[in-house]
Design a protein around this ligand. Structure first.
Ligand code: ATP
Ligand code: LTN
Length: 339
């Protein structure tokens, strides 16, 4: 069976872009593949975090993933730091990736340039090696990600192939998959940049837990253009096209199908808001329900980590043995035999 692995960072609140662009596909994938999903808290540490907030955000994100429809009896859901093999394999990956490869990562270049003279952690630079470890630990075949992660999955493949050719067959070579349906959801106030967690609480971001009134208000104020024609045209009409993508994704149609029958922006905005409210309502209800029993979520995450460890531990052991690390309980003859 195909093995799928993906991760999401516990930074900020889950927004409509995460839901329609990625998480609904995770929910679908769990029924067709052996799916493993991870709240990648170690990745959040590339920038300084408030400890109490990080704990809270990690827990709430897991709660949101279950509310959206991940079923722990079907898939594996866990928190990255609960499976120590991630951090351990990451070191082997750091030593297999080259400095040049890591320097070429667009995300590192963008984020370090943005930081300017400010603090740039070493982790921001080596982060793709940790991501490679996340993926390779599970003999992953497919990694559903957004386009911004394409380069990191390519690096994962290169590093896995290098490791295999240096030390013998160790890792399965994964491939990135990109959702063909669903939306790349853009910011409602700036439809040329994607809706993002870093824009938290901004009027252009619809959060998973926004109330209906807030959602209506945000859509009412969404940026469109000075024409009045409703058609899907990303280049000429990014704002209107974004509304059509969202309406389509929320109602299981293409943006072009969603456009049929609209001649004015007002009704399009109102209907898009209504469709989003309807799509999010059951998720919000389930989220509230899960919140009433936090110990159940703690147990679910512990069971997920145990399931993940069963796969990750042998993979790490294989990689450690193949690279020549001395097994802790090896007899002298084993060591002498390989000398
Ligand atoms: P940040 O703003 O901190 O970069 P993010 O909102 O982009 O975070 P990630 O944790 O990087 O979220 O991504 C989780 C998943 O959601 C990824 O698969 C990513 O491609 C997807 N995703 C994020 N934003 C959008 C968006 N606006 N439209 C569609 N998919 C998105
Ligand atoms: N880097 C990704 C999150 C991430 C991930 C992974 C995705 C960390 N490890 C492994 C897929 C597979 C991001 O920033 N969205």
């Amino acid at each position: 069976m195909t093995r799928v692995f993906s991760g999401i960072k516990p930074t900020g609140n889950v927004h409509l872009g995460n839901v329609l662009g990625a998480l609904v596909h995770w929910v679908d994938d769990q029924h067709r593949a052996d799916s493993i999903y991870c709240v990648v808290d170690l990745h959040a540490l590339t920038v300084q975090q408030d400890p109490a907030e990080l704990r809270q955000t990690t827990f709430r994100l897991a709660q949101a993933l279950l509310a959206i429809g991940l079923d722990p009896s079907v898939c594996t859901l866990f928190v990255q730091s609960h499976v120590h093999e991630h951090a351990e394999l990451a070191w082997l990956m750091e030593c297999t990736a080259s400095h040049g490869e890591l320097s070429r990562m667009t995300q590192f270049k963008d984020k370090s340039t943005k930081a300017g003279q400010g603090f740039v952690s070493g982790g921001l630079f080596t982060y793709p090696a940790l991501m490679a470890a996340d993926i390779l630990l599970y003999d992953t075949n497919q990694v559903p990600v957004g386009d911004d992660q394409r380069q990191h999955v390519e690096l994962t493949r290169d590093v896995a192939e290098r490791f295999n050719s240096r030390y013998g067959p160790t890792f399965v070579i994964p491939e990135a998959t990109f959702p063909t349906t669903g939306a790349r959801v853009m910011d409602l106030q700036d439809p040329t940049s994607k809706m993002s967690k870093s824009q938290d609480h901004a009027p252009g971001t619809i959060l998973l837990l926004d109330e209906p009134k807030t959602i209506e208000k945000k859509f009412k104020r969404a940026v469109t253009d000075t024409e009045s024609e409703v058609r899907f045209d990303l280049a000429a009409k990014p704002g209107v096209s974004n509304l059509l993508s969202i309406l389509g994704a929320a109602t299981g149609r293409t943006p072009e199908q969603a456009a049929v029958g609209y001649t004015q922006y007002g009704p399009l905005k109102a209907d898009t808001a209504a469709a989003v409210i309807e799509r999010l309502a059951p998720i919000q209800a389930r989220y509230a329900e899960l919140g009433r029993d936090p110990s159940e979520l703690t147990r679910t995450l512990a069971a997920g980590a145990a399931k993940a460890t069963e796969i990750a531990a042998p993979t790490l052991a294989r990689a450690q043995a193949n690279i020549g690390l001395l097994p802790p309980n090896s007899s002298t003859s084993v060591v002498v035999g390989v000398l």
